[in-house]
Ligand binder design. Structure first.
Ligand code: HEC
Length: 144
């Protein structure tokens, strides 16, 4: 589970400079959406790592936000927008149904976790489940 936490934190750290130089507004928008997801993951990840005090209400808020944002992913990617800085793979638009299904998975997984993280022992498995849903889409649709 440590691996997933690390991935989420690394993703957050690189997001800001990955944006620089992006000219296409649609690409910028979807990157901002992804950064927002990474920010919420960081809230949960920092508690999982013991860097922040356990706060069930903050976790539920982050989980609900991730679920809400996940619902917007298909609309953020609906237009085939390209940019030299983009890591989006063209296969997104060849198989938009699968892409949408991955977003729905994240929406359901994170939404389903709301209210279930009651002690710090529940954090690791929650981060792992969400990280898996992020990774399932990145694995097929984002350049590594
Ligand atoms: C349905 C597919 C999908 C899901 C689910 C998904 N992502 Fe992404 N993500 C992408 C794609 C595609 C890109 C590349 C976008 C681009 O560069 O144009 C991306 C890019 C990113 C980036 C880099 C943004 C930047 O500034 O370049 C971060 C950070 C990120 N995702 C975090 C997450 C996190 C955290 C989750 C889970 C909570 C998640 N993503 C879930 C498809 C997804």
């Amino acid at each position: 589970m440590k691996k997933y936490i690390a991935i989420a934190l690394i993703a957050t750290g690189t997001a800001a400079f990955a944006h620089s130089g992006v000219k296409d507004p649609d690409v910028m928008n979807r990157m901002m959406g992804m950064s927002e997801l990474a920010n919420q993951m960081k809230v949960i990840g920092s508690m999982a790592k013991g860097e922040a005090a356990f706060d069930a209400a903050a976790i539920d808020a982050a989980l609900a936000k991730i679920s809400e944002e996940a619902g917007y992913i298909p609309s953020l990617f609906e237009k085939k927008a390209l940019d030299p800085k983009s890591e989006a793979l063209p296969v997104i638009w060849d198989d938009f149904d699968t892409f949408t299904a991955r977003a729905t998975d994240l929406e359901k997984v994170s939404g389903g976790l709301v209210g279930t993280v009651q002690t710090s022992a529940d954090l690791g498995p929650a981060v792992q489940q969400i990280g898996k849903a992020c990774g399932a889409c990145h694995g097929d649709f984002r350049a590594k």
